[in-house]
Design a protein around this ligand. Structure first.
Ligand code: IMP
Length: 420
């Protein structure tokens, strides 16, 4: 039996989807356990681009079973639209893609509420309704997938949801949906979803017992975790290792945790970002890296690699291996900078600050590396330019975790595994 988790160590968009797609070739099960359609996992195969928000990125491999587990804020609209794209690409999903009965539903009213709340809070959410869905779970107002099959329960919950949410929506000049609209939406979803609904925890337990290869697909990254991230500029769940057992509904300790990081840093939405480059370098990284949100198309904020933030993330996610993406984006730059410490005034910070007003004030200190040439065609990790190997060795040394592979382009073939 082998359980591998792929988690993000930065503010999301590290390139997890691509790695999950590659590892899924050897997996029996690929599992989403947290977050919702706010995630945007891009996979490019033979020039064809797939963006998965809710369906696990392993779906392109016909022999894998894909599970959307209890901890996912399940957005049926996103699910059906991804299903349609997969059908168009002649990828069959029936009897190998399952949605947990216990997952909470993202309803149309959650997306409106996300919009209304974000006007007040200014977090810059994806407006996919994920925060309000998780909030309703905690309020015990939520509708789960299983509840779709109990009209009396849906009726009562919709009534309460409208009572609670309508004043907030009206205050934001957003017209709440009618009871009938929400009810017929639920009826429609219940019919279209029925053949995908299952007890995913039981499926997973059976898979574990039989020694299957299981791949857990994290979303976003540690720095967006609701507790460990830069609160309140975070998402609303535990999208990395913390969310695994509770999100799967099965006690799981992965043998392998692959922490994915981009060789620079990006962030979407508001919140502190110590190594952000707002000038030319930021533009270059955004342009070359195609740094525009896969979910919202917003330009991503870009900056240099931030090791103090990564050290903190490693303490939380405990990766057994690192995977460094997008080395090709830095190719051709004369100098590459890596932040290896934070300072405030004359004081060096020894811990990543919990107080974001402190994080906003830190001065990042940089070590400079010589740039490297083209890496796209190198074909093997060991053939990377020595400057890139030096850069990777520094990351390993600082984070105390081995780099197990890199990506040098967006295609499947452009992942280079390190062989010892
Ligand atoms: P929410 O998850 O839509 O509530 O958004 C909360 C914060 O997380 C915002 O700053 C979003 O931009 C950010 N966020 C959510 N999902 C992703 C993602 O997949 N990649 C990068 N940022 C994300």
């Amino acid at each position: 039996m082998a359980v591998t988790a792929v988690v993000g160590l930065q503010w999301g968009d590290e390139g997890k989807g691509k790695l999950v797609d590659a590892l899924a070739a050897r997996a029996d099960y690929v599992v989403r356990y947290a977050s919702g359609s706010n995630a945007g996992h891009t996979v490019i195969v033979n020039g064809r681009r797939f963006v998965f928000h809710i369906v696990p990125s392993g779906i392109l491999h016909q022999r894998t079973t894909c599970l959307i587990c209890r901890g996912v804020a399940f957005d049926p609209e996103s699910f059906f639209s991804e299903l349609k794209s997969l059908q168009e690409a002649k990828i069959a999903c029936e009897r190998r893609l399952w949605v947990s009965r216990r997952a909470h539903l993202v309803l149309p009213i959650h997306k409106l509420e996300d919009e209304a709340l974000d006007r007040l809070l200014g977090i810059g959410t994806t407006k996919r309704g994920v925060g309000p869905c998780y909030a309703d779970r905690a309020y015990r107002l939520g509708i789960r997938v299983i509840d779709l099959y109990s009209p009396a329960t849906i009726r009562q919950r919709i009534k309460t949801l409208l009572e609670v949410k309508s004043p907030l929506l009206r205050k934001a000049q957003i017209e709440p949906p009618s009871f009938d609209r929400l009810f017929s939406w639920c009826e429609d979803v219940s019919q279209r979803l029925q053949s995908f609904v299952a007890d995913t925890a039981a499926i997973l337990q059976k898979a574990l017992n039989s020694g299957a290869e299981i791949l857990l697909e994290g979303a976003q990254g540690v720095m967006l975790d609701i507790d460990h991230g830069t609160y309140p500029y975070v998402t609303s769940c535990h999208p990395a290792t913390d969310g695994i057992s509770s999100g799967c509904g099965v006690s799981l300790l992965p043998q392998r945790v692959i922490g994915v990081l981009k060789c620079y840093t990006t962030r979407v939405g508001a919140g502190p970002f110590p190594t952000e480059e707002e000038g030319d370098i930021g533009e270059i990284l955004r342009g070359r890296g195609g740094e525009f949100g896969a979910t919202t198309s917003r330009p991503r904020r870009c900056g240099w690699l931030d090791l103090p933030a990564l050290k903190y993330a490693c303490r939380i996610a405990a990766p057994t291996q690192l995977f460094v993406t997008k080395l090709d984006v830095l190719a051709g730059l004369q100098k590459i900078k890596v932040c290896n410490a934070y300072r405030i005034g004359q004081d060096m910070l020894t811990e990543f600050p919990a107080d974001i007003s402190v994080l906003e004030k830190v001065e990042p200190l940089f070590k400079e590396f010589c740039g490297w040439g083209d890496v796209k065609g190198v074909g093997a990790f060991s053939r990377l330019p020595f400057q890139a190997l030096e850069f990777l060795a520094f990351i390993e040394e600082e984070l105390g975790v081995e780099v197990g592979g890199v990506s040098v382009g967006s295609e499947r073939m452009e992942l280079l595994e390190r062989r010892s």
